[in-house]
Design a protein around this ligand. Structure first.
Ligand SMILES: Cc1cc2nc3c(=O)[nH]c(=O)nc-3n(C[C@H](O)[C@H](O)[C@H](O)COP(=O)(O)OP(=O)(O)OC[C@H]3O[C@@H](n4cnc5c(N)ncnc54)[C@H](O)[C@@H]3O)c2cc1C
Length: 423
């Protein structure tokens, strides 16, 4: 991976793409600004009744909260409390249910560990039937299937995609083009502002049929119902009935575009290192010797705890071991870095060994637990439990419905659920 440089995606014939933090919008996805105020404003704007009615449409009343939730600017209990305060809801409300999907992903991750990066069970075809790489025409938004090309354009422009668009894109990649879900998942993760290894990789498995009972397929009629005209894909490979699409998903051999089209988009560059403007430096024992340390990491960007001792050094941690395995787009580095810079004056960029060596000089080190840093954080810091909305489900659940039945059992209103949540 290279250090990133400016390669703004372009779309011939379309308006130039604005940078996410410039406050621009695309037709359907207002871009995310990395501030707490913005997160709370989005929360305040949520109308759960409209959400339940319209959430499947690309211009539906979805929250746009995922970058803030992924990076810990808002916890799930804060989100639900914020909405419930103005719009009292039952636990079985569609919005609570969707929040549940995020926590279900954490449940599976805790049970499976690195197993979430492999097929959880056999899908419609053996793993070897799928290509290990994403083809250039998908990456460059020139498949000729409008729903796919528009989704890639929106992804690169905003770092966000509506849930339905993610499902369509993933389904096309896996079931039409016969690309392994893991290749698609790694690519999408890198470009999303809300990329979360559990939500993302398990959703790809759900679409692929390796984490669900059947492959998810969609057709042009479905797109026409939920997306604007520019996405409609009549006459394309997906303009057929569900039986034919299901057969396609279960048959080896990719359906490739008849003719190569000129590339429309340039994929934004990825980087495994923090941008220079963050001023991150190698971990040094002298920074923390004899001091109380609070480690802030990219998944914990809410307010600092109010009760930190006066001599606490707040260290922003950028762990090379993680970022070298999972590079991010420039937009994501900027989203996360801008907020982390507000929380910590000192930023460390180093590998686990260097971080551990430096922290050994501290009096005490604390942080908040986070599965993305699972193998490392606990070695150096007392990690406070991550916020949790639902009660812990001890039994390993393989489907959302199994988990939901247990996690929501005994709760009628969102207030009941909130009364036992943590964080
Ligand atoms: C292929 C694919 C990849 C995905 N990758 C990610 C990812 O990397 N990170 C991520 O946060 N979500 C991911 N999702 C889930 C979902 O698409 C996004 O959470 C949602 O689109 C975010 O938009 P929103 O905040 O407006 O969601 P809303 O519909 O307003 O939902 C509110 C919150 O609930 C949670 N949520 C809603 N739906 C889901 C879901 N299906 N799975 C998990 N959490 C959910 C999110 O935290 C979301 O912010 C993925 C889905 C698919 C199909």
């Amino acid at each position: 991976m290279t250090r990133w440089h400016q390669t703004a995606p372009h779309d011939e014939g379309a308006a130039p793409v604005a940078q996410p933090w410039a406050g621009a919008t695309t037709a359907h996805h207002p871009v995310a600004l990395p501030t707490l105020d913005q997160a709370w404003a989005r929360l305040a704007a949520l109308d759960p009744a409209a959400y339940a009615r319209t959430r499947n449409a690309l211009d539906g009343a979805v929250s746009g909260l995922s970058p803030y939730i992924t990076h810990g600017l808002l916890s799930l209990p804060q989100v639900l409390a914020g909405v419930h305060q103005h719009h009292p809801m039952a636990v079985q409300h569609k919005f609570v249910y969707e929040l549940g999907w995020r926590e279900f992903g954490r449940h599976v991750w805790a049970q499976q560990g690195a197993g979430i990066f492999r097929s959880l069970h056999p899908g419609p075809l053996p793993d070897e039937a799928y290509a290990p790489q994403l083809p250039p025409d998908i990456r460059q938004g020139c498949t000729g299937v409008p729903v796919v090309d528009r989704a890639v354009q929106a992804l690169y422009a905003t770092g966000h995609l509506h849930n339905h668009a993610r499902m369509w894109l993933a389904s096309y990649v896996v079931h039409v083009r016969k690309v392994h879900w893991r290749a698609g998942a790694d690519w999408l993760y890198a470009h999303l502002l809300d990329g979360d290894l559990a939500s993302n990789h398990l959703s790809w498995q759900w679409v692929a049929g390796t984490g669900s009972s059947k492959p998810y397929v969609f057709n042009a009629e479905n797109v026409a119902r939920f997306a604007p005209a520019a996405w409609h894909s009549e006459g394309s490979v997906i303009d057929t009935d569900y039986e034919a699409l299901d057969r396609m998903a279960r048959s080896p051999g990719a359906v490739v575009p008849a003719a190569a089209l000129a590339p429309v988009l340039t994929e934004p560059a990825l980087s495994s290192q923090p941008p220079d403007w963050l001023g991150a430096r190698p971990p040094q024992a002298a920074d923390v010797a004899g001091r109380e340390v609070w480690l802030v990491h990219p998944w914990q960007l809410g307010a600092l705890p109010a009760d930190l001792p006066a001599d606490t050094v707040v260290v922003g941690l950028w762990l090379a071991d993680f970022h070298q395995a999972w590079p991010w787009s420039e937009a994501r580095w900027r989203f996360v870095g801008t907020r982390l810079a507000e929380l910590a004056g000192l930023h460390w960029w180093g590998d686990a060994e260097a971080v551990g060596r430096a922290l050994a000089a501290a009096r005490r080190v604390r942080s908040v637990a986070e599965p993305h840093l699972q193998p490392w954080l606990g070695q150096w810091a007392q990690a406070l439990p991550a916020p949790r909305l639902f009660p812990r489900v001890e039994r390993a659940c393989t489907s959302f419905s199994q988990w939901w039945t247990r996690a929501s059992k005994g709760f009628d209103s969102a207030a009941d659920l909130l009364s036992q949540s943590q964080g």
